[in-house]
Design a protein around this ligand. Sequence first.
Ligand code: AMP
Ligand code: MG
Length: 345
Amino acid sequence: MQKNTEMLSSIDEDLAKAAQLIRDGGLVAFPTETVYGLGANALDPKAVSEIFNAKGRPADNPLIVHISDVSQVYNLSDEVTIPAERVMEAFWPGPLTVVLPRKPGVPDVVTSGLDTVAVRMPDHPVALGIISRAGVPVAAPSANSSGKPSPTTAGHVAEDLSGKIDAVVDGGPCRVGVESTVIDLTQEPPVILRPGGVTQEELEGVLGHVETAASFAEDYVGAPRSPGMKYRHYSPKAEVVLVIGEHADEITQKVSELLAKYHCQGKITGVLAAAETAAKYSSDAVFNLGSRECPEEIARSLFYGLRYLDMQGVDIIISEGYSEKGIGAAVMNRLKKAAGSIIFL
Ligand code: AMP
Ligand code: MG
């Protein structure tokens, strides 16, 4: 059934309206510091199941429950350990999701039947304003069609979900631009299931050694611990080719060679490039992600750039690779999942 999707702003009256829609079992997209989320009352299984329908999300990919106050975590899990309390204290509100043993009251549809629940307190006044007014925990995956690049503006959400959800709250572009880091605290040592806005280095500063899930690796085959990791993801309509190398000049040369080859084949090309090299390419379209010296800037514009190049109608997007240090781990994880092919120099 087609819905009339209301566009709301971040004024108090609109946040109250968004909260009421969530309490009434509706679906509302709202900004967080990472990406836009598509929220529903986490305690209402029917509302949560509508999230999966609107996104076309596989039912075995569980959702993150968003809260507006640290104390709410104890309603979702009764095994909040001391290490869990330490990371929540250090990184909340912020781009860190903790996986904890779940309480029986958390509906199966939220956790895809797992005995754990993923919880996060976002660092965005609009998200916090809506969740606190709703008075319930809010299950919210990224507000995109499943498989597409995540949305970092209200316009991206409307492109994918207009007519399928009750409202979009526009709070401007997202500051971090990639999703939260997901850490499984039910394992010892803890395991990073998805790299994101909080870096491994930052987590190790609080927890000591943490593992990274084997399923980050491109050649990984097996059962992932975080079900979301097995799906192709973040993919624009155009085919994505990722060029990974040690030196920026090697990467530039390879990207230029590929551009010549694709032009010869009559393909329309787009390049996702760092500021340092963007001007060097002769391509139908080039999107400048920002400086290699500022990985946070690259992260912030990554999904925007993928969607922008799609809008230009390109057949192929060639992306330069980046260092996996710090938030670069999240950038490269998303690019590898978006890519149909990866060239290692
Ligand atoms: P999204 O909200 O679309 O950014 O995706 C949420 C991510 O968190 C996906 O990769 C899920 O598989 C993961 N996730 C959610 N709940 C759990 C859980 N209980 N255990 C492990 N991973 C989870
Ligand atoms: Mg997602």
